[in-house]
Design a protein around this ligand. Sequence first.
Ligand code: PLP
Length: 383
Amino acid sequence: MANRNDLSPRSLLAQAMHYIDKETGAVVPPIHTSTTYARDADYELTGDYVYSRYGNPTDTPVERLIARLEDGAEARLFASGLAAATAVFETLSTGDHVVAPKVMYHGLQDWLRRIVEKRAVEVDFVDPRDLDAVSAAMRPGQTKILWVEPAANPTWDVVDVAACAEIAHAAGATVGVDSTVAPPVTTRALSLGADIVFHSATKYLNGHSDVLGGVLITKAEDAFWEDIKVVRAKLGAVMGPHEVWLLLRGMRTLSVRFERHSENALRIASHFEGHPKIERVLYPGLPSHPGHDIAKRQMTNGYGGMMSICVVGGADEARKVAATCNLFIPATSLGGVESLIEHRATVEGPHSLVPKNLLRLSVGIEDADDLIADLEQALERMN
Ligand SMILES: Cc1ncc(COP(=O)(O)O)c(C=O)c1O
């Protein structure tokens, strides 16, 4: 039998880290609903838990599994992706400086703009593909965080995480990576130089569009991490135990789901590249994608299901394609087993920099031929 310390991510996931309940032999971890934990006759705690806002026994196996998959020291679950990501920036003080991407998940970008206004934290938005721009933005001693996405949502421009981390570390900054679209079965951002990895667990980790959650994983249990844990406990941005249990259940099939997402997306991207109704296909898995070589280094086990297509025409044509799909569901979010299509510029609003003819696809695990046929018929009806 394989040594349990050497188990691959596939085995760790499928067996929830080889879980067997010591008392009952159950192979599925239980849901602990208690919010509080008893003390003994000397008023000492009887176990590791005090009160569920600080941590609870349903979270622990899931956090350990995610930390192990990412090769991190510790992980903490949060009530949503944004609750986790904003906890990182809640540690900042007035006058601190952040460098973040121009193209990134818009919800977090909105929040970064808000802390600029409300707290006098300074943020520079740069194109992190341009390493000179990243270097120039760093203010040694003042820049506390460099935040990047390995594949920027929704253009899927590929960012060289290791090169960015080297620049940020030389300036004394902490590197946070939003690896939501690149789960640890394909990318381990800590090994690329990140200090903190973030996932919206709502997406690939859970994979079934039925749980909101977020997670942070740290490379080191340092003062910055301790501060993040205080933010989590004091703001109370924790997941409920039923959601955590569902997340673990979803994660047990992550490796097979991600393989199918990746296979399907590559089929669709290859099929529609050069299509007369499509101006551009944006998918890092395509050898023609400008960031393909970096993506190949960073995404070692598939490029995932996220891609975008820019249709010939503008916003009206793009929205019409989304509306006439029969299988792709016109909805936001990503990483679920069902395929979604969305007109990103509409969702992001008037400040969006996203091309108006761009449709973001979250390719699910359906039959690739059915998905291709669905897009073909929608493109056919465009004009
Ligand atoms: C890349 C990325 N990061 C963060 C988030 C925020 O996560 P949540 O919706 O779980 O708060 C999202 C959600 O769409 C996302 O796509």
